[in-house]
Design a protein around this ligand. Sequence first.
Ligand SMILES: Cc1cc2nc3c(=O)[nH]c(=O)nc-3n(C[C@H](O)[C@H](O)[C@H](O)COP(=O)(O)OP(=O)(O)OC[C@H]3O[C@@H](n4cnc5c(N)ncnc54)[C@H](O)[C@@H]3O)c2cc1C
Length: 510
Amino acid sequence: MPKSAEVIVIGSGIGGLCCAGLTARAGREVLVLEAHSQPGGAAHGFERQGYCFESGPSLWSGLSRWPSSNPLAQILRALDQPLDVFTYNDWDVLCPEGHLRVGVGGDGFERVVETLRGPEALAEWQRFTEVLQPIASAADALPLLALPASVDGIGPLLRRSGRLVQHLPAIRYLSGAFGPLVDRHLQDPFLRHWVDLLCFLISGMPMADTNAAAMATLFGEWFDPQACLDFPQGGSAAVVNALVRGLNVNGGSLRLGARVHRVLLDGDRAIGVELSNGERLYADVVVSNADAWGTAGLLPERASMAWSQDRRSTPACHSFLHLHLGFDASGLEDLPIHTVWVGDWERGIDADRNAVVVSIPSVLDPSMAPEGHHVMHAYTPANEPWEEWDNLHRGTEAYQEQRGRRCQVFWDVLEQRIPDIRNRCSVVMEGTPLTHRHYLSTYRGSYGPRLSAAKGLFPGVMTPIKGLLQCGSSCFPGIGIPPVAASGAMASHAITGRRAQRELLRSLDL
Ligand SMILES: Cc1cc2nc3c(=O)[nH]c(=O)nc-3n(C[C@H](O)[C@H](O)[C@H](O)COP(=O)(O)OP(=O)(O)OC[C@H]3O[C@@H](n4cnc5c(N)ncnc54)[C@H](O)[C@@H]3O)c2cc1C
């Protein structure tokens, strides 16, 4: 069997591209196979009528400065692919308390708390941030790229590593959920709702289920006096292009429109893949960047039954509604790049159509829209139940009727700020969990596995099938750009070995 590459990566999400780039950098021949016509998975960009639309992530951080604790920034640096990044310092929140402009960083939020809730709530918040600081420092002392490929190795590493000794008292919090810490230290209802919102935006789950390390890292960045948020010039497509360039300059390649139909096994070893057109490609190692359900679906039923059953039955986060607009910007000078709307705290942060994120990247990067216009991506963040869509089919009248009805939430939110928004639009595209599943090949259009941090860590990159690894949002450390970049690196470490990992860390001064 002639080999097509030493390593085949199924999927060009950020996790798959990070794995592929680092593995190619370590001297392996890598081929990435992507089902869609665009690379990037949830982070892909697409163009219509001169507008550069975003499909997924809008909140980026840790890309504009070095050193950075963001694994994506570290990987881009290792691949020698610098990014041009805009920075900004505040975002808008429309919530039951009113219209807030919230500054990034400790001071910005403290001003909001004092105005809204008074000095007692402010003191409570300040005590909470003091509790979080050592936990944030502990998270910071352990770069995700330094972790071993196997999740089982993380415990011993935590105990062994000399640089972590001073952080030992705080380390015990890192692998658990954030909720208990909040319960112990915050009583003010607004502060609790606020933290719940941030947790939900990060993990797709409320604070009781969100990992404490992820939240400590977020707050750690906020405590920094130079705290800011970032937006890549050219949007998420620019990040994806940089990763693809990093792959190509290291000799790797990417094939678009190449859907993997199944992983080929020889006994209990993965030896390659078969594409949906019947073409077979062979490799020493196969890495799946498809989600948990998709990866299990690429294997024959008989293969590693318990493991694949477990992956198939993983509980899923909810999905998304999307609204993409291209609109006339005249007279709208004070728009923020991001607005988060929450309807009713009491319904719960994960209630359907109760939260909306509005992102207008052309506020910072005018090159993303035709002159005098803005491009917008609004989405309901992982709160759209699949069950609402299960029996519908794209293109049917029933589907279009339901899409219009459920996407009404976006127009209601937008009209609060831009009353004539409908008349300004030259492009309008509404999306649903079915759109999401169609373009991203995700199970039920889900954000990812709904695995509570209260019950344990996400599964690691190793699988019981020899020569088969996984990476992306179904793996440790979880969902979101920094975590999936880290899981891509872990899969790469598993292929290239400890020496290559040490060289990588040395080159980054980590
Ligand atoms: C609307 C939205 C907003 C978000 N906002 C943020 C944010 O603000 N900040 C943040 O950090 N994170 C955010 N996220 C989360 C983040 O974007 C994702 O967690 C991350 O991009 C997922 O990366 P991944 O590596 O798991 O791969 P995915 O993005 O899931 O990509 C997997 C790729 O594999 C391909 N594939 C699957 N099966 C096959 C097959 N059989 N053959 C070939 N190819 C296949 C798919 O086509 C896809 O391209 C958001 C996500 C969404 C959807």
